[in-house]
Design a binder for this molecule. Sequence first.
Ligand SMILES: Cc1ncc(COP(=O)(O)O)c(C=O)c1O
Length: 501
Amino acid sequence: MRAVLSSQPIKSVLARGPLAASSSALACSSRRNLTSTVYRTQAFRPTMPAADSDAAAFGETHITKGIGRLSKHVFEDGKGTWITTDKGVKLLDMTAGIGVCNLGHCHPKVTEAAAKQCGKITHAQVNIGFSATQIELIRNLLPILPHPSLDTLFFWNSGAEAVEAAVKLARAATKKQNIIVMQGSYHGRTAATAALTRSKTIYGEGHGPLMPGVFATSFPFYAHFGLPVETDVEELVRQSLHQVRLTLQQQTAPSDTAAILIEPVIGEGGYVPAPASFLHGLREICDENNLLLICDEVQSGFGRTGTMFAVEESGVRPDVLIFAKGIANGFPLSGIASTNELMSRQKPGSMGGTYAGNAVSCAAASAVIQAFNDENILDNVAKRSDQLVSFLTSLKNDSKYGHLIEDIRGRGLMIGVQFANTPTNAASQNTSAAAASGKKVEQIAPKVVAECLKRDMLLLSTSVFDVLRFIPPLNISEDELSQACAIFKDAFEAAVKELGH
Ligand SMILES: Cc1ncc(COP(=O)(O)O)c(C=O)c1O
């Protein structure tokens, strides 16, 4: 076992350990003796596995059990659409780190910009002065934001922090407290954002009390209503807008409500795009009732859906836009954009944070925006999206098991596949064969994920429904996507055979 020298003051180490009682005697010892005591103190620490022990086993022991994990792979290297593990396994990545590495792992231009910044200044603290890279990033960002009124920014580190920043802004600017969220929404795992999250109970369960003042309303998704996939979307929109209006009459008065918060494409809740008519309806309701419309584009932003931001497609103007993930391709950075008028209503000092808008992350983000321009990333998103959707459609139409695919949906390279099976299938009116049988059927998505993993491909499931999500890097090649489709087909067939379909 390798001895570890403590950097802590010797007295404090002794005071905590079983040797505390003898500390006064030790205090009289020579410096040499004290050093040897530090070695002896280490013996009372938990046994440390040898440095060459299996990294995954070490991680399982020493990382919180609160983290759920798709695989036991240890990622050591990532280039483009590929990740290599510590054991030399090369994995085809259809997750992009959950929609973060939109330009693939270690995009050379982004890496170069970050490395260069590391040699200049890494921490340009925003409550002390302006950060040059942050100013430069704002210059690059303004032209690509979905509306010219979004001209003022605040940066933070994680998506959840940015959501909290949006809530703080909405509350400070409107002097009202309550927030309306969508059923199926995901906004993060902090105490405030878990309260805003309605995709699964796991994020809040056992962690309450969470932030109060949150009200959930309907989102136009057929599965939320227990209706068949063929249900007219505009009817779902009408029903959902009706529910939003009722929410404002029955649950939270407009005079108490600061904002409506929505993901323009529901992510963790099942990869369901909000129809344009729904977003327009929400805009109208917000205008009528003096509420802010906040769009959470943490997952759907930065080219993921084929436009820089998903809300662009509808033409609807958000009052606040939340972004993170893809902005810096793996460096921690998030933020909100809003109008100068709204942002001026916050008191100086009320926003900030030690690492808010880190200089290296900002330099990486500017390089990301440059790469979007130089490499025609959005063109590739359109082409690869067509390739993926036509593959999935042909699988649904032609294969022996195609009837088990209920829905293929999404935008760009944020594509979900819902299987004909729901968590409450016995009671549902779902038209799928599985549901019609009235039996409780095991979910297909987790099995397909496991089969993909056996074939060295990373793919994620999502939501309480039986859904898989494809979120590959946006610059994935045609050939790489063909390989992914072939693996998916094979894995899907193996999974449904194993489930006895
Ligand atoms: C829509 C949305 N909002 C917020 C978050 C939270 O972001 P983070 O995990 O960076 O805190 C996520 C993360 O997946 C997300 O998809």
